[in-house]
Unconditional design. Structure first.
Length: 393
């Protein structure tokens, strides 16, 4: 649609504004010189290149308004211009420069440019709707270019973050593998920019726990994180430092986490098996701490390392109870376990099982009839304790 009024007025805008470009850039450079001198220097050094790009940009913007003054300017910058300004954003991230200063420079340029465009348009007497259209495209164009630089900055940040996360994942996998020789670990740690600790501990968390997933995503950056199909893995450096264990217990409470023993880095692969075993004991309610520290339950972990052997021990030592009805079997197993754990203290057994002391006396009589003198033999009692102490039933 052709603008109302005299079309030649709009056509004259392009050469008139292009003629003002040196003055516009000089004014922008002067404004930037005080607080953003490097941008001012860039304008001074690349003036010819900037002028050439600006001329084509201005012609395209004004041509758009000339065709339809009411345009909403959905996309004003060309793909090449978008790519250029994205690259500027990427460079700013790579150089660790503040992007807000760049965006402020864009706004300074837009303000100066609009003042000159408006003055030129008023001198030429362009129609009001064209004047409004010019304002729309000038500020929309700057907004789009600013957005392109922001996009480039964010993409560079995300790309670096993904690369760093990948390097940290590779380091974590290496530390937990049998390939974790000192030279390989040092090289991987250097690539991942992770300071090698003297000791570390492996923490396993079940991924179905919503609290755990939230914690996993916000752990301190000193921890290495690794997602596996059935578990979330965390390698915590120097967990035995002053106050560290208490802080770790507080942070992990409610996540069902299992914390391995603190070991030198080369022993991390061996420690994982014990942590996995402790997690299985936690799932079957044999161990119920939350979080669960493996080094506080080493006896239970040791007993359950060979389930087949433990099952054989139970069958052998509890054979006198095998033929009893289920209810009687359960009562006597419960009483025998409590009696062994409480070192024969009948009152403690009665209190623990919430039964009358006479009931305890009766049940112990049944047990003596079944086990005979074995209940008085230290070795036999130790074997029974191993068979019963960490049994879920």
């Amino acid at each position: 649609m052709q603008a109302a009024g005299n079309p030649i007025q709009v056509c004259e805008l392009v050469p008139a504004i292009v003629g003002r470009l040196p003055a516009i850039l000089a004014e922008v450079r002067e404004l930037l010189a005080e607080q953003q001198s490097d941008y001012a220097a860039f304008l001074a050094e690349g003036i010819e290149e900037v002028l050439g790009a600006a001329e084509g940009f201005i012609a395209r913007l004004i041509g758009l308004v000339d065709r339809d003054p009411s345009t909403k300017a959905p996309q004003l910058a060309s793909s090449a211009e978008q790519a250029l300004f994205e690259e500027i954003g990427r460079i700013h991230y790579q150089q660790q420069r503040d992007l807000t200063l760049l965006l402020a420079a864009y706004r300074t340029g837009a303000t100066v440019a609009w003042r000159h465009v408006a003055d030129t348009a008023l001198q030429l007497g362009v129609p009001a709707e064209v004047f409004a259209g010019l304002a729309t495209v000038v500020f929309a164009a700057v907004e789009q270019l600013s957005s392109a630089s922001w996009t480039g900055y964010v993409r560079a940040q995300a790309s670096e973050g993904q690369a760093r996360e990948q390097l940290r994942n590779e380091l974590a996998e290496l530390l937990l593998s049998d390939r974790s020789d000192t030279a390989a670990v040092r090289a991987a740690a250097a690539r991942a920019k992770w300071s090698l600790p003297r000791q570390a501990a492996v923490v396993l968390i079940h991924p179905s726990n919503e609290v755990a997933r939230g914690l996993f995503n916000h752990l301190d950056d000193s921890c290495l994180r690794l997602r596996r199909p059935q578990t979330l893995v965390v390698i915590v450096p120097d967990p035995d430092g002053p106050g560290q264990r208490k802080r770790l217990a507080t942070v992990l409470r409610g996540t069902g986490a299992v914390v391995g023993a603190t070991v030198p880095l080369e022993r991390l692969p061996a420690s994982v098996g014990l942590v996995e075993l402790a997690m299985r004991l936690q799932r079957t309610q044999i161990l119920t701490d939350d979080p669960l520290f493996v080094d506080e339950h080493l006896a239970a972990v040791m007993v359950h390392r060979d389930e087949q052997l433990l099952t054989t021990l139970r069958c052998q030592r509890l054979a006198p109870l095998a033929s009893l009805p289920a209810a009687t079997h359960a009562r006597l197993v419960e009483t025998l376990r409590s009696w062994l754990m409480n070192m024969g203290n009948r009152k403690a057994v009665a209190d623990e099982l919430h039964v009358h002391p006479q009931t305890v006396r009766y049940r112990l009589g049944q047990l003596r009839a079944l086990f005979g003198s074995a209940l008085d033999e230290p070795a036999a009692r130790a074997a029974l304790l191993l068979a019963l102490a960490w049994s879920p039933s």
